[in-house]
Design a protein around this ligand. Structure first.
Ligand SMILES: Cc1cc2nc3c(=O)[nH]c(=O)nc-3n(C[C@H](O)[C@H](O)[C@H](O)COP(=O)(O)OP(=O)(O)OC[C@H]3O[C@@H](n4cnc5c(N)ncnc54)[C@H](O)[C@@H]3O)c2cc1C
Ligand code: SF4
Ligand code: SF4
Ligand code: SF4
Length: 368
């Protein structure tokens, strides 16, 4: 049995694997390094739950939206986050209620997966944007178990993951808050793994930290910084080859190029993103430390917003003022994405990065 006909119809949320009662589904990487569900026909009992949970092509009901620009007032908290730091403020709201926060973190070998935080120290790992598709194995089941204990849960992730979670749970939960992100698309975890190996080989040491959006230069997070072999390396985000492949649209999941969550209407309580263009809308708030775009979708979100507002600088705005490309349509694939991925399948791991770094002109042509 195949759960999708075309790769653009599987976002890799992993909810099918979590819901399967006999563990017949494994998320397995393809030649591009993205995980897809593989069903073991010998184990499958044909219950149909995997097909029923899938969020792809399934609608949700949308309520009235309200639009805001915002940033956390506490300076260290803002510096530690990628945009204006609204996520940690929402997380604090849940932790104060002895709840559990789920978000993406680096783990063993710098793999990115959703993990849980029950205290401020654990929350540190969930902060900041990781430009890698996050693994969700076991997360849907774990959230269901925490909710059944009567605890508060904040889930923050991609809109497709948040939608998959709501489908997995099957009904609204009074103590569940979902926050989804404005989403450019997710890059390949396999190619990220190749990059980690390359950096460790080059610097002869372990990669222990990677910030895709370092703000120390006060440039709204357009710097990338990492620590490898105990030494720190920083450069402009655009000069990093992995980020160049991502924003050159070579290594994004096929489903992302046909994504229907690239709109302001979502089924989550909150949508969070970067307030790009704030210099035009509120120039006085543009201090180079990053600002969040916040969309409130539900009554619950409006209630929570009222309770956390004192921790934030904020202003209300119109829909037209917050619109950015990823709220009006999906990221188009690079014209040469197929050629690029064919090279990835053929070349030894790491060689793709060397080629990318040395042939930026050719890559520029492939992008068009
Ligand atoms: C791949 C990707 C693409 C993005 N594209 C855009 C975009 O085009 N436009 C835009 O305005 N914003 C985009 N964002 C969102 C933005 O970068 C910030 O994550 C968001 O504004 C929240 O920032 P913050 O300061 O409130 O919180 P932060 O403290 O920075 O927290 C970030 C939150 O994002 C979650 N997160 C981080 N990485 C991942 C991941 N790989 N998968 C799922 N969840 C993750 C964390 O769990 C955490 O909850 C993107 C984020 C990612 C991960
Ligand atoms: S049909 Fe049921 S048993 Fe078979 S893979 Fe799907 S969820 Fe598992
Ligand atoms: S549930 Fe998620 S991982 Fe499974 S087939 Fe659907 S989109 Fe793909
Ligand atoms: S672009 Fe769409 S399909 Fe891709 S990760 Fe984001 S929400 Fe999911």
């Amino acid at each position: 049995m195949k759960l999708y006909q075309d790769k653009k119809n599987c976002c890799g949320c992993g909810a099918c694997g979590d819901i399967c009662p006999v563990s017949a589904i494994r998320m397995t990487p393809d030649g591009e390094g993205f995980r897809y569900p593989q069903v073991d026909g010998a184990v499958c009992i044909r219950c149909g739950r995997c097909e029923a949970v899938c969020p792809m092509g399934r609608g949700e009901t949308f309520a009235d939206n309200q639009y805001f620009g915002a940033w956390v007032r506490e300076e260290d908290a803002r510096r530690a986050s990628s945009s204006g730091g609204v996520f940690p403020v929402l997380a604090g709201y849940v932790l104060r209620r002895q709840g559990v926060v789920f978000g993406a973190a680096f783990g063993e070998g710098m793999e990115v997966s959703h993990q849980e935080a029950q205290n401020p120290a654990q929350l540190e790992l969930l902060k900041t944007t990781k430009y890698v598709q996050s693994r969700m194995d076991g997360v849907y089941r774990r959230i269901a178990a925490v909710l059944k204990e009567g605890k508060w849960v904040l889930f923050c992730g991609m809109p497709c993951q948040a939608h998959a979670l709501r489908r997995f749970l099957g009904r609204p939960w009074p103590t569940l808050i979902t926050a989804d992100l404005v989403c450019y698309g997710v890059p390949s975890p396999g190619i990220w793994g190749d990059y980690v190996k390359l950096l460790e080989h080059r610097h002869k040491g372990r990669l222990t930290a990677f910030s895709f959006r370092d703000k120390r230069a006060g440039d709204s997070g357009h710097t990338r910084a990492y620590v490898c072999g105990g030494k720190e390396y920083t450069t402009r985000l655009s000069a990093d080859p992995y980020c160049g492949m991502f924003f050159g649209n070579f290594i994004i999941r096929p489903a992302c190029h046909a994504c229907r969550y690239c709109t302001v209407d979502r089924g989550s309580d909150f949508t969070l993103g970067d307030f790009w263009g704030i210099e035009k809308v509120r120039p006085e708030a543009d201090d180079g430390m990053g600002n969040s775009l916040v969309i409130l979708h539900t009554e619950r979100a409006r209630e929570i917003w009222g309770e956390i507002q004192a921790e934030l600088g904020w202003f209300a705005c119109e829909k037209e003022e917050i619109l950015q490309p990823r709220l009006t349509g999906p990221t188009p694939a690079a014209k040469g994405r197929g050629v690029f991925m064919a090279l990835r399948r053929t070349l030894p791991a790491g060689a793709l990065f060397v080629l990318f770094e040395r042939s930026r002109t050719i890559m520029g042509l492939l992008r068009r």
